[in-house]
Design a protein around this ligand. Structure first.
Ligand code: DGL
Length: 267
């Protein structure tokens, strides 16, 4: 049986969702992808919750209609830990969220000391605290909420140099302490190698990308049949920017279009 191509919307505040998109596209290379990021309200880790919920709902609803989207991925921990109930209530299509992979990290830690690296908002969320209480009872969970690391990932994807010294300074409290790190922000897999380099001993670095890709595949009910995708993958932002040449090169390498502006009335 040959399946028809499905349209998948992947949403984040910035480039972070591309780390999730890469995992999904590796598993499901023939689907149609719409990547949207809300750069007008970036960074989400410092945004008021009510604004985050209404912006996400607004942008996602528009694009679901415009592209007859079959499945939505909120490729942002900061958003997922707060918007999923509202989105699932308002949309007729499945919504997959990304939350920190506390469970596998706690289970595989030998020292029983792990680090959660996320945005300032994610480490404060009740959802995150509940994940820790449920799945990391036997662990000490150290937390760093860093918007600077999010910005560094944005810069890297625009071809700028990444300062390893700065990353090491941010992670300083964890050096020689943790043996596992949860990347609780989708921006951070984009600087995973740099994060690893901050540690002199190997640490296990875990993110949620592959698990999300498996979940998307299961929900779409896709088989491994090859079908030709006739539709072009597309990228949107919420605030027009005229200096995205370097990012557009990365997007094209990933099979996405140059950035188009969503032209939102309120941005
Ligand atoms: N990529 C996002 C996350 O997973 C949010 C980064 C931000 O805008 O602060 O949390």
């Amino acid at each position: 049986m040959v399946c028809s191509v499905k349209s998948v919307l992947i949403f984040d505040s910035g480039v972070g969702g591309l780390s999730v998109y890469q995992e999904i596209r590796t598993l499901l290379p023939y689907e149609h992808y719409v990547y949207a990021f809300d750069n007008a309200a970036f960074p989400y880790g410092e945004l008021e919750e009510s604004v985050l919920i209404s912006r996400t709902l607004d942008i996602v609803s528009r694009l679901v209609l415009k592209h007859a989207v079959d499945l939505v991925v909120i490729a942002c921990n900061t958003a997922s830990t707060i918007v999923l109930p509202t989105l699932r209530e308002q949309l007729d299509v499945p919504v997959v969220g990304v939350v920190p992979a506390i469970k596998p990290a706690a289970a595989s830690s030998e020292k029983k000391v792990i680090g959660l690296l996320a945005t300032p908002a994610t480490i404060k969320r009740r959802y995150t605290q509940e994940l820790i209480a449920e799945f990391a009872k036997d662990c000490e969970v150290l937390m760093i909420g860093s918007t600077r690391l999010v910005e560094i990932a944005e810069q890297k994807m625009r071809g700028e140099l990444v300062s390893l010294v700065e990353i090491q300074q941010i992670l300083q409290p964890w050096l020689d302490r943790v043996d596992g790190i949860v990347l609780g922000c989708t921006h951070f897999p984009l600087i995973k190698d740099e994060i690893q380099l901050a540690f002199s001993t190997p640490v296990q670095i875990i993110d949620s990308g592959k698990a999300i890709a498996n979940r998307v595949k299961a929900l779409l009910g896709e088989t491994d049949q090859i079908v030709q995708n006739q539709k072009k993958n597309v990228t949107y932002n919420s605030a027009a920017s005229h200096h995205e040449a370097a990012l557009n090169v990365f997007l094209s390498e990933m099979g996405l279009s140059p950035i188009q502006n969503l032209d939102l009335p309120h941005s």
